[in-house]
Design a protein around this ligand. Structure first.
Ligand code: TPP
Length: 664
């Protein structure tokens, strides 16, 4: 068998499996796998450092199928390479319940799926984060322990998405030369030829962002191999624009949108088999082609074993540290450090904004948790995410721990996901809470994938004041609380902020939002508690004198208002209590008894939060009183805004007292 015949057979195996699986599922996308099969074959069989026997090996090359709709490309390759769990039955169960072979690749479903892709552009953003994490760990542990590449297959759709701009420009800026993107340049998207909606020059675009870019025939294995080798030597990130034919081999649908996203149909498949010279029945691969793939799959085993020897040769402490980081376990000293810090806060009782409290917590946490990597989307001085002595990461020097992401919230959030997926680092970074809208697709994916990504979102209400309603979040807390598996924290003071940070770090499979104020807040936790009270999601901060007739529930900056309202209500002769609710999601995980005890049975229930009501009925019922926002904010000093929108202790107390007087 010549090399070319062998290559064609291997690539056709991907094509055949893709069209057969899509046909059997009666849905899916055969076009991309058929068009990009040559790229995948050359990459996977000759260059990708990936050991199917140990797909989690930390120093493996990463492959991200950003165009997740082409999932059968990845599943076929993993099957052919010999990933044990990826059986032919999995391919036959493509897109079926409980299979590993979901419609779009889902992280955690099968070894070798590095990230969940489907929303176009996200995978490219993830890959940038993976490449950053690789450089950071290499700077710390050395090239002999961390030295791998990140490869991406991106489609026209990936590159049309705005997020690609942010991803490409930060990668170019940081000179992530071990990032290699294949652009599946097939000129087709769902609506038809790309010319309907795009006339840019992707190669010029990448070059302008500081990349090496080349154009090749993406159906020619020699050109693909040469381009990969050139990219591997590049000192810039590389983009290889691969001219391909979507649905390659399909007699009437190749090169057309009709091969993009629906089964080819029986006749077309017969024709494609003929055109490709593929005589095997559905889901069968001839032995010699199978063997060629399996032999390719064995290639990285040597590299992996050599790496294991190098790791074993490290001194015990360094090896232990590397392994701890990869496992994602926190250093053992964190609990004690936080306890000492909370003791100090209980005695100092500083009155600071919670964004400042977060910085103070990070000053304590970062020295003992060396894997945290901080950042900000050009709001470092506002987000307070750069702790003492945190050196910035700059192009060519990844020994720092702080990333200036620039004004790129969307790309930042996707890259943070990629860092967390890569492992060995814990990414956290900030912007204003209102701009979670710009990060939301990635926040959702972090939640779906169950990754520890910490979003530090400051300026969390009208309390930010003069910047006005464009910057004042109103619906954001509710919108974020609606995302499953996302913990949304809104701490009320320095101690709660430290506790929320601890919880965020300890939540290995849940991303976190920490919403923080711009304005100063008094310390409301005035005595030391060894227990992390925020861990219960809601707890009684100030008890009533006797049976409470009024329960006040609040978060963050509105705790101060709730406490003042309590005093006013008591002055009028009624017992009232205040419950702090730093995290709805953790509260929902508590026992029914605990929840009932916290919600209580006071005659009047009031929630105070400078945001919309949605979600609060859980605490106050539909007939409870909500003191918050019903529309957008305004531009003014924050004290005036709280008055204007009626979010004051007086308003809350008055509402409670008039309810009590009405004897409801
Ligand atoms: C953010 C986002 N918007 C829309 C879609 C739906 N979608 C899936 S593939 C695609 C475009 C297909 O064109 P291309 O990316 O060139 O893929 P190809 O046709 O080459 O397979 C679209 C709009 C999506 N998956 N993600």
């Amino acid at each position: 068998m010549t090399d070319l015949t062998k290559h064609k057979g291997m690539a056709n195996a991907i094509r055949a499996l893709a069209m057969d699986a899509v046909e059997r599922a009666k849905s899916g996308h055969p076009g991309l796998p058929m068009g990009a099969a040559d790229i995948a074959t050359v990459l996977f069989s000759r260059y990708l450092k990936f050991d199917p026997a140990l797909p989690e090996w930390p120093d493996r090359d990463r492959f991200v199928l950003s165009a997740g709709h082409g999932s059968m490309l990845l599943y076929s390759a993993l099957y052919l390479l010999g990933v044990e769990d990826m059986t032919v039955d999995q391919l036959k169960n493509f897109r079926q319940l409980d299979s590993m072979t979901a419609g779009h690749p889902e992280y955690g479903h099968a070894p070798g799926i590095e990230t969940t892709t489907g929303p176009l552009g996200q995978g490219l953003g993830n890959a940038v984060g993976m490449a950053i994490a690789e450089r950071i760990l290499a700077a710390e542990f050395g090239d002999e322990i961390v030295d791998h590449r990140t490869y991406v297959l991106a489609s026209d759709g990936d590159l049309m998405e705005g997020i690609s701009h942010e991803a490409i420009s930060i990668a170019g800026h940081l000179r992530l030369n071990k990032l290699i993107v294949f652009f599946d340049d097939n000129g087709i998207s769902i609506d038809g030829p790309l010319s309907l909606a795009e006339s840019g020059d992707q190669v010029a675009r990448f070059e302008a962002a500081g990349w090496n870019a080349a154009r090749i025939d993406g159906q020619n294995p020699d050109e693909i191999a040469r381009a990969i080798e050139a990219a591997q030597k590049s000192d810039l990130p590389s983009m290889i624009a691969c001219k391909t034919t979507i649905g390659f081999g399909a007699p009437t649908k190749a090169g057309k949108a009709s091969s993009h996203g629906s089964p080819l149909g029986a006749d077309e498949i017969v024709g494609a088999r003929k055109a490709l010279g593929w005589t095997s029945p559905a889901f069968e691969v001839p032995a010699e082609i199978r063997d060629a793939w399996r032999i390719a799959g064995l290639k990285a085993a040597h590299a992996r074993k050599d790496w294991e020897k190098r790791l074993a040769a490290l001194d015990g402490e360094r090896r232990g540290e590397f392994e701890r980081r990869v496992r994602g376990e926190l250093p053992s000293g964190l609990g004690e450090t936080i306890a000492d810090y909370k003791r100090k806060l209980a005695s100092d009782k500083p009155k600071v904004a919670t964004r400042k409290a977060s910085e103070m917590a990070l000053d304590v946490i970062n020295p003992v948790v060396p894997e945290t990597i901080g950042g900000s989307a050009d709001l470092t001085g506002s987000n307070n995410t750069r702790s003492k002595d945190m050196k910035a990461i700059v192009p060519g020097d990844f020994s720092g721990r702080f990333i200036h992401w620039g004004v790129r919230e969307h790309g930042m959030a996707a890259a943070m996901n990629g860092m967390a997926l890569h492992g060995g680092v814990i990414p956290y970074s900030g912007t204003f809470l209102v701009f979670t809208d710009y990060c939301r697709p990635s926040i959702r994916l972090a939640a779906l994938m169950g990754r520890r990504v910490i979003f530090v979102m400051t300026h969390d209400s009208i309390g930010l004041g003069e910047d006005g309603p464009t910057h004042q979040p109103v619906e954001h807390l509710a919108a974020l609380r609606a995302i499953p598996n996302l913990n949304v924290y809104r701490p009320a003071d320095v101690t709660e902020t430290a506790e929320c940070w601890q919880l965020a770090l300890e939540s290995r499979e849940t991303p976190s939002i920490i919403a923080l104020t711009r304005q100063n807040l008094p310390a409301v936790r005035t005595s030391y508690s060894a227990e992390n009270l925020c861990a219960r999601g809601a707890y009684e901060l100030a008890a009533a004198d006797g049976d409470a007739e009024v329960s006040l529930f609040a978060t963050g900056s509105e705790i101060e208002i709730a406490l003042a309202a309590k005093a006013l209500i008591e002055r009028a002769g009624y017992a009232a209590r205040v419950v702090s609710v730093p995290c709805f999601e953790l509260f929902a995980e508590q026992s029914a008894d605990y929840q009932a005890e916290i919600v209580g049975s006071a005659r009047v229930k009031i929630a105070i939060e400078a945001a919309v009501r949605q979600g609060w009925d859980r605490f106050i019922d539909t007939d409870g009183i909500f003191v918050g926002m019903t529309g957008f904010g305004a531009s003014a000093p924050y004290e005036q805004l709280y008055k204007k929108f009626g979010i004051t202790a007086e308003a809350a107390a008055e509402a409670a007292l008039s309810r009590l007087a009405a004897n409801v």
